[in-house]
Design a protein around this ligand. Sequence first.
Ligand SMILES: Cc1cc2nc3c(=O)[nH]c(=O)nc-3n(C[C@H](O)[C@H](O)[C@H](O)COP(=O)(O)OP(=O)(O)OC[C@H]3O[C@@H](n4cnc5c(N)ncnc54)[C@H](O)[C@@H]3O)c2cc1C
Length: 385
Amino acid sequence: MALDTDTLRQLTDSVARFVRERLIPAEAKVAEEDRIPDEIIADMGKLGLFGLTLPEKYGGLELCASDEVKVVFELCYAAPTFRGYLGANNGLGGRSILNGGSEEQRERYLPRVASGELLTAFALTEPATGSDASALKTKAEHRADGTWVLNGSKRFITGVAEADLFIVVARSDPESKGGKGVSVFLVEADNPGIVRGKNERKMGQQGTHVADLHFDNCVLPATALLGVEGKGFQLTMEAIDRSRLHMGAICSGLARRLLDESLNYAMERKQFGQPIAEFQLIQAMLADSQADLLAARALVLETAARCDAGENISMEASCCKMFASEMLGRIADRAVQIHGGAGYMQDSPVERLYRDARIFRIYEGTTQIQQLTIAKNMIRRAAAG
Ligand SMILES: Cc1cc2nc3c(=O)[nH]c(=O)nc-3n(C[C@H](O)[C@H](O)[C@H](O)COP(=O)(O)OP(=O)(O)OC[C@H]3O[C@@H](n4cnc5c(N)ncnc54)[C@H](O)[C@@H]3O)c2cc1C
């Protein structure tokens, strides 16, 4: 649902204010303690940030894609760990329940997903299957009484320690290969047979956590199946386009922060008797970053408008994710360069944000996987005339 201009402005202004007054001042402590304070999580819930696109009838803000990306541009001006905490609720978790869930499943989970009371984690990746996700091996055995038994391991899953509900992609037809015979399950975290791995030590985004997740004869009721048995991979791919567009918006928000940090520093820092911003070689880096950022934002806004018009955006969403994450990498690198030695010091937000930014070229499909998706879509469209 598209908001009217005034309501959207009020929402983006409130998020921008929250970012500047609450999130940015808390960033360094969150990174040091590897923990987001409960009050901040509660306030993110009050602002509706856990359910940006979920329907109003389930307590979400029901934003259309064009409005959603504008809110995300503002939210991701802060360190991306805050967005990471609510990532699955807004993305592959919440949207999979919306797209594939029965009315009963939607009513049971979505209001709490939208409020942030219930935290989801989306579990697709496995130790032997990352980019080649459809080769997954986690087994879901359908028993005669209708229940399911899960066995297998998932790797690098965001929010394992905190999640109340796991959305798990598993092979339900043992004879099948690739994306066929795969189903999605809603696994409540207090279910016996779930073993949570310990949080990994990672390069950036301290405050959100990643761990392995194991299923050891984890018995699920028949009602845990999400969507149609055997069609789980399609369900996941349906949610992924919107999620890749969302990623493009995240990268654009964070890139703007890094560019603002760079410009402010360049105008203050003096060398050879003048602000370094006066040097043309510094100006070249600022200008390249500005053009990169405007291009990414324009691509994200254009793709969001196409999504709202009901067009298939598989190719465009991959372009957004690829271009914006690579653009963010370039801007983060230039930001450190413009800061000189100060950009290498841990007291500088730029040092931390540089590390935070690196993951966006890897998860939800690496740059190489986006290239393959884009080219595949180009060929398919050309062949279809
Ligand atoms: C911080 C973090 C959080 C994550 N959160 C989640 C989560 O919540 N849920 C979840 O399910 N997963 C999650 N992941 C997993 C993430 O999606 C995978 O790491 C990612 O998809 C890449 O898979 P991989 O690590 O196995 O790399 P690989 O697939 O082994 O890739 C290694 C390299 O090979 C390249 N490559 C692979 N195949 C090809 C090809 N066909 N052509 C060319 N190059 C290729 C890749 O681009 C990459 O450069 C997370 C990962 C991290 C690091």
